[in-house]
Design a protein around this ligand. Structure first.
Ligand SMILES: O=C(O)CCC(=O)C(=O)O
Ligand SMILES: [Fe+2]
Length: 366
């Protein structure tokens, strides 16, 4: 794997395949249990049934050869190590570690993100650029707020919105459709209650501007679907709006940006010793080379929301199981130790350099 053994790629599966996997995995969440003996803290896990659709889709020759092509490993195969569904809830994290080599030569691990907590907010520069682009779009004649593709207002917004709409005499208020996305300077003049939402009654007829989703994608971040109103009130957004209205950015920011929405990153050490990190988007894959030669990496603590991933293991043809393979398998939640496998693991540990009780006790799952 390039970049010191880590590679991050977004939009890995087709939207249809990804949705099918996400749907199935959602139904399995109830079966998750706290992971045992793991470096990860407060993470929940579940081994995916080999007969599941998710397993069939991901542990396939097709996916293996795509991973091989991405990593530059000549050939990879789906391993017999269980694919795991894992969830980081609030407070969960994973400290710096290298993935144990479950095989020799060491495997490539694939972290497919199914869902993530709210993304971290954009920096101030990005926010200003985005607000500028939105404004330009909104100033086109005939602009109307999009209906479906903007996240609907959060529950806590509804009462305020309803009041604002009543105040300006709007006839109806449908939370899913009558709330516009954040705008910059263009307030609903008659209402002017809301800096960031247009009242449809006072908005011009359709159409249309780029879907906010596309905007967000182009700018490299997603608008938080939860905590939207807090995000809008955060200082760079407010300042950008204020300066559009010629009022300058004199208002004291009420809340610091970074405190407001914070969530976990996967961080790793690159080949040159520097660090890189990713807020892993849904349908992204993070490919990590295991073993001593692999990169050190970690997951920063989740403060809000949750992040669900599927972890998959691929190995080179003819790779052999290592003692760690058995240690790991036996520490799965609810694992039944297989006598034969245990015997085999013990026999393998007898070899030179395979570590005694102390190293076994110290070994924790990655
Ligand atoms: O959740 C992640 O992004 C990384 C997880 C990881 O490193 C592991 O499970 O070994
Ligand atoms: Fe890891």
């Amino acid at each position: 794997v390039s970049n010191g053994g880590v590679l991050y790629r977004e939009r890995f599966l087709s939207p249809a395949d990804f949705e099918a996997i996400r749907r199935e995995c959602r139904t399995l969440r109830g079966g998750m249990r706290a992971e045992k003996d793991s470096i990860a803290l407060r993470r929940m896990g579940l081994c995916l049934d080999r007969r599941s659709h998710t397993h069939a889709m991901l542990m396939s020759e097709a996916v293996a050869s795509r991973i091989a092509a991405l990593t530059g490993v000549p050939r990879l195969e789906p391993s017999d190590f269980p694919a795991e569904l894992r969830q980081y809830g609030a407070g969960a994290s994973m400290g710096w570690h290298r993935d144990d080599a479950l095989y020799s030569p060491p495997q490539t691990e694939v972290i497919l993100t199914l869902g993530s907590a709210d993304p971290p907010p954009p920096d101030e520069h990005t926010t200003r650029q985005l607000v500028k682009r939105w404004t330009a779009q909104e100033e086109r004649p005939g602009y109307a707020p999009p209906s479906q593709n903007w996240p609907p207002p959060s529950r806590s917004d509804l009462a305020t919105l309803r009041r604002a709409f009543t105040a300006c005499g709007a006839e109806s208020f449908d939370p899913g459709h009558h709330a516009a996305p954040p705008t910059s300077g263009r307030l609903c003049e008659p209402c002017s209650h809301h800096l960031h939402r247009l009242c449809l009654r006072h908005a011009a007829p359709p159409p249309a501007r780029d879907a906010p989703g596309e905007e967000a994608t182009r700018s490299g971040w997603s608008v938080p679907s939860r905590g939207l109103s807090r995000w809008l009130e955060s200082s760079p957004v407010r300042e950008a709006m204020a300066s559009r209205q010629g009022r300058g950015a004199s208002e004291k920011p009420r809340r610091a940006f970074a405190e407001d929405t914070a969530d976990c990153f996967t961080e790793w050490v690159c080949a040159d010793g520097g660090r890189d990190s990713a807020w892993t988007t849904p349908n992204s894959v993070l490919l990590v080379r295991a073993g001593e030669g692999g990169p050190s990496h970690r997951v920063t603590p989740v403060k809000r929301g949750e992040r669900t991933i599927v972890k998959l293991v691929f190995h080179e043809p003819d790779a052999e199981r290592s003692a760690s393979f058995y240690d790991h398998i036996n520490s799965f939640p609810g694992a039944q130790r297989s006598v034969a496998e245990r015997a085999r693991a013990l026999a393998e540990r007898g070899g030179p350099g395979s570590g005694g009780k102390a190293s076994r006790a110290a070994r924790r799952r990655s």
